[in-house]
Design a protein around this ligand. Structure first.
Ligand code: ZN
Length: 96
């Protein structure tokens, strides 16, 4: 299924770090609002690993270092774990 055919697809989101289109970042399972991003939700760009936040129109913005250090330790840990997983996946992909 293409992202645009997904029932919860709401548009294209561009990474401000690398300008990649992250149109598959939005939702994992159909019809589950918990997985659909809301303004202020955080994500990580799968291409450049920039930590991003959804804005009011679900546009993506970079999360500044000042803002990152104010996040809870749990959230920081989840973001760092996501970044490490993506780094490992990129490395494995480059080795094959
Ligand atoms: Zn990016």
């Amino acid at each position: 299924m293409k992202a645009k055919d997904h029932p919860d697809y709401f548009g294209e989101a561009i990474c401000p770090g690398c300008k990649a289109s992250l149109d598959c970042s939005h939702c994992v399972s159909p019809g589950d609002d918990k997985l659909r991003p809301k303004p202020k939700d955080l994500t990580v760009c799968v291409y450049c690993l920039t930590v991003l936040e959804y804005g009011h129109e679900l546009e993506l913005r970079k999360v500044s270092i000042d803002k990152f250090v104010k996040l809870s330790a749990e959230i920081q840990g989840q973001l760092m774990s996501t970044i490490k997983t993506l780094q490992r996946m990129k490395k494995e992909k480059n080795e094959n």
